[in-house]
Design a protein around this ligand. Structure first.
Ligand code: ACO
Length: 340
């Protein structure tokens, strides 16, 4: 039974923080940030806006684009690196606010690789008949866990959310492979304390806010984006020339450029929007994919490769054939409404 994404919605907060504004906060420059990362601006959540609020707004966008899409959803999986609380899960909070009380709900915490893991969890649940229609989210209020005096980390991240429906799709569409992994030796390179003030390898007293060894993460990311993307293609019997669009985690344009070189997908076939959003962790892949759908780059039947990496250190990649059928149905309904 082929399983895939049938609908996608997104949300970013209205407040935009530019590199120029950061220049007034500490010793940095627009030129440094753009040349080292490709990021020009990012969206930040309001003071009273958390991951669940942004998740709900992404679901509202989903419902506006695909009317009636939540009907039959029996599971909610939310990937997040900045959950509202340890429990209740951010997924349960979102489910309650979008009229899905009673559906199963769980969070997936694999930092920026989380959305790829969540898609795979959803696919497994549908295949095992634990669920029939899964709402998968990536929702982030990263600005709340950043040290805004640490110029090496806070310049990189932004807030936002994506919401997707995962369910059965017609033959020839949907997920063709998943490659997921983690390597705890890189744990101290990217971290945030939760309960125990202790992470092996992290000095005591340094994990209250997001901490990172940028150079180590950079080296790791270049290697694993290439490796996991290649493995996901091999598993699906594909090579770089088969890929219509690669949609990578939006962390740093230099990381994406080197990964492209590794597996033969040209930069022109890669969706990049980090210049306007920064690294939105689990929301970055859905935000990039939605943009490429809206501007007509990604079309029904396109061969996609999604790749991500993050804290753990971790990675996740998937090859999939994009199913645009649900979107077409909505477009036809809208045309009919206009004709009437
Ligand atoms: N403005 C100006 N100078 C800066 C800034 C800044 N914002 N930040 C650091 N610098 C300085 C450093 O202090 C250093 O100065 P020094 O040479 O006098 O010591 C110099 O710039 C070079 O620093 P590097 O760390 O070597 O810079 P690099 O080229 O490695 O770029 C960066 C740093 C952008 C953080 C890069 O390493 C990177 O992108 N790493 C990956 C990070 C990442 O993707 N993290 C997210 C992972 S996903 C997740 O799960 C959250």
């Amino acid at each position: 039974m082929p399983i895939g994404i049938t609908a996608l919605g997104t949300y970013v907060p209205t407040r935009v923080l530019t590199n120029k504004e950061l220049e007034g906060m500490f010793d940095t420059s627009d030129e440094w940030i753009v040349s080292r990362t490709g990021i020009r601006e990012r969206h930040l959540a309001a003071e009273d806006e958390f991951a669940s609020d942004m998740g709900v707004r992404a679901v509202n966008d989903l419902s506006a684009r695909y009317p009636g899409v939540l009907e039959g959803v029996d599971m909610v999986v939310c990937a997040t690196s900045s959950p509202d609380a340890l429990f209740p899960s951010t997924a349960a909070i979102i489910a309650g606010q979008v009229g899905l009380n009673g559906a199963g709900a769980l969070d997936v915490l694999v930092a920026c690789s989380g959305f790829m893991y969540a898609l795979s969890v959803a696919q497994g649940m549908v295949l095992a008949k634990t669920a029939t229609k899964v709402l998968v989210l990536g929702a982030e209020a990263l600005s709340k866990i950043l040290d805004w005096t640490d110029r090496t980390t806070c310049i990189l991240f932004g807030d936002g959310a994506g919401a997707a429906i995962v369910e059965e799709v017609p033959e020839g569409y949907g997920f063709q492979s998943f490659v997921l992994g983690a390597d705890s030796t890189g744990g101290p390179s990217l971290y945030k304390f939760a309960v125990a003030d202790h992470i092996p390898g992290v000095p005591v007293g340094t994990g209250a806010m997001l901490g990172m060894n940028g150079r180590e993460v950079f080296k790791f990311a270049v290697r694993v984006l290439g490796d996991s993307g290649e493995k996901a293609m091999n598993k699906a019997g594909l090579s770089g020339s088969d890929i219509d669009w690669m949609v990578p985690h939006q962390a740093n344009v230099r990381i994406i450029e080197s990964a492209c070189g590794r597996f033969g997908v040209p930069l022109e076939k890669t969706v990049i929007n980090l210049d306007r959003y920064g690294n939105t962790s689990t929301a970055s892949v859905p935000l990039a994919l939605r943009e490429a759908l809206d501007d007509g780059r990604v079309k029904d039947g396109d061969q996609l490769l999604l790749v991500a990496f993050g804290g753990g250190l971790s990675w996740g990649a998937s090859a999939m054939k994009w199913y645009g059928g649900a979107g077409r149905k909505v477009a036809v309904q809208e045309q009919e409404l206009v004709v009437k």
